[in-house]
Design a protein around this ligand. Structure first.
Ligand SMILES: Cc1cc2nc3c(=O)[nH]c(=O)nc-3n(C[C@H](O)[C@H](O)[C@H](O)COP(=O)(O)OP(=O)(O)OC[C@H]3O[C@@H](n4cnc5c(N)ncnc54)[C@H](O)[C@@H]3O)c2cc1C
Ligand SMILES: NC(=O)c1ccc[n+]([C@@H]2O[C@H](COP(=O)([O-])OP(=O)(O)OC[C@H]3O[C@@H](n4cnc5c(N)ncnc54)[C@H](OP(=O)(O)O)[C@@H]3O)[C@@H](O)[C@H]2O)c1
Length: 384
């Protein structure tokens, strides 16, 4: 979905964008690899607003494609039907069209049908809806290649193999820039997904495509995903509170660029958290400069692993309880971005606790207050 109806480009027709900047934000001693990416939209007619995300159609790792081809006894030159219904080589289809990491239900069913007794345990799990959780636990960390290597010699025709795979989906990334500051560029802040399970190194498809595999390519196929639910308040004088640990800081970097360019005088408060100050203070110098300039009114930092006890953004919110409530009472908009599994829930609970503590109301009344903020579109989340 493009924000500019005049653009030729959209999710259905992504723009092949140059990717001129790809640098590591986290320091060499970090346990993470979070990167700053810049993508050029020049000539595309695509436009975005702060709060929007960029959709990226990534290609799979060619090394993994090659291993899969060997494991199914194919050369890669075989002709198969791609996800658009057209004919293409098996190698191209595995690179661009299909999910080749997480096994689909169809793949497991085909494996069970081919391997018979050799996969009796898997057959029992896939054949019993009541054992869904057990199946999930069994599949955790296992990829298509593991099953192929564990059961060599099964006969797969190229077409039958791709029919057992699901369509590769684009990934969304919060845009970390404002066009008022960067023109036709899009900045992204991406945690590169690399991990090891069952003795194999695994690669997140899109985050490692952007980190490792775009150089010399034909451009990164992208589209703009509009996020009307995650817009700055219309009045630039309205105060905003932003809670964005980890890569959750991305849209708030965009907000700060936007508010600086607009110059409306609204107060801005950011809560940022990461593992260690030394290696993980993403955009640290930039944020401190914005604070020195007065664009960032208040910056509260929670480095979780710099001391024995974990310190998270919600702990910093609690320490600033009275001031945070005062901002809410002034009409501040409250934003949360980043991990939706745990962080956003804990931040929500702390917000309610702050309202109850500072206003002296009951937990029920505090929940209603926060619900009222949501209804008034003053409490906005973009979590993943
Ligand atoms: C609106 C929105 C905005 C987003 N913004 C950002 C952003 O700004 N920055 C950002 O970095 N991400 C962002 N994301 C997440 C992003 O879209 C991708 O989900 C993320 O980059 C992973 O994609 P991938 O293709 O690299 O990994 P995938 O190939 O999708 O692999 C990820 C999967 O690997 C598995 N996995 C990961 N780690 C482990 C482990 N240690 N052990 C076992 N299994 C594991 C999990 O099943 C996980 O789901 C956003 C998501 C949404 C919906
Ligand atoms: N499903 C999972 O188990 C899991 C785990 C991590 C990340 N993720 C996903 O990985 C992606 C990228 O993560 P990221 O690199 O942006 O950062 P992140 O993993 O969200 O970490 C950023 C900071 O948040 C802290 N944190 C952990 N739990 C928290 C909580 N309950 N409340 C507040 N802060 C908390 C982390 O501390 P500590 O790490 O020191 O605890 C770290 O200091 C996101 O999509 C996220 O959802 C998933």
């Amino acid at each position: 979905m493009s924000t500019d109806p005049a653009s030729l480009y959209s999710r259905k027709n992504p723009f092949p964008a140059p990717h001129p900047v790809n640098r590591r934000l986290s320091g060499p001693s970090s346990q993470k690899e979070t990167r700053h990416h810049e993508i050029s939209l020049a000539g595309s007619g695509l436009r975005y607003e702060v709060g929007d995300s960029l959709g990226v159609f990534a290609s799979n790792d060619p090394g993994l494609v090659q291993e899969i081809l060997l494991a199914v006894g194919a050369s890669g030159e075989e002709t198969v039907t791609g996800t658009d219904g057209g004919a293409k080589s098996l190698r191209e289809a595995l690179l661009r069209d299909f999910i080749i990491t997480t096994p689909s239900k169809e793949f497991l069913a085909a494996l069970v049908a081919k391997a018979g007794d050799a996969v009796a345990d898997l057959a029992a799990l896939t054949g019993d809806a009541a054992r869904k959780k057990e199946l999930e636990a069994y599949l955790w960390g296992r990829e298509v290649i593991d099953f192929l290597l564990a059961h060599p010699g099964l006969q797969w025709s190229a077409e039958e193999f791709v029919k057992a795979l699901r369509k590769l989906q684009p990934r969304l990334y919060s845009i970390a820039s404002s066009q008022k500051a960067v023109g036709e560029a899009v900045h992204l802040t991406i945690a590169t997904v690399r991990y090891e399970t069952f003795g194999r190194n695994r690669l997140g498809v899109a985050s490692t495509f952007l980190a490792d595999r775009t150089a010399g390519g034909a451009g990164v196929p992208v589209f703009v995903h509009t996020a009307k639910h995650f817009r700055l308040p219309e009045d630039p004088a309205t105060p905003v509170i932003m809670v964005g640990p980890g890569t959750g800081v991305a849209p708030f970097r965009a907000y700060l660029q936007e508010r600086k360019a607009l110059g409306g005088g609204g107060k801005n408060w950011l809560f940022f958290g990461e593992q260690r100050r030394d290696s993980d203070f993403l955009y640290g110098a930039e944020l401190e400069a914005l604070q020195a300039e007065g664009v960032l009114t208040r910056l509260d930092l929670a480095f979780s692993r710099d001391q024995e006890q974990k310190v998270y953004v919600q702990h910093r919110m609690r320490e600033a309880s009275a001031e945070l409530y005062a901002w809410l009472e002034e009409g501040a908009h409250f934003f949360v971005c980043g991990d939706g599994e745990r962080m956003a829930k804990d931040v929500d609970a702390e917000l309610q606790a702050i309202v109850a503590r500072e206003s002296g109301c009951s937990a029920e009344a505090a929940a209603e207050y926060v619900e009222g903020m949501k209804k008034a579109k003053r409490y906005k989340k973009d979590v993943y």
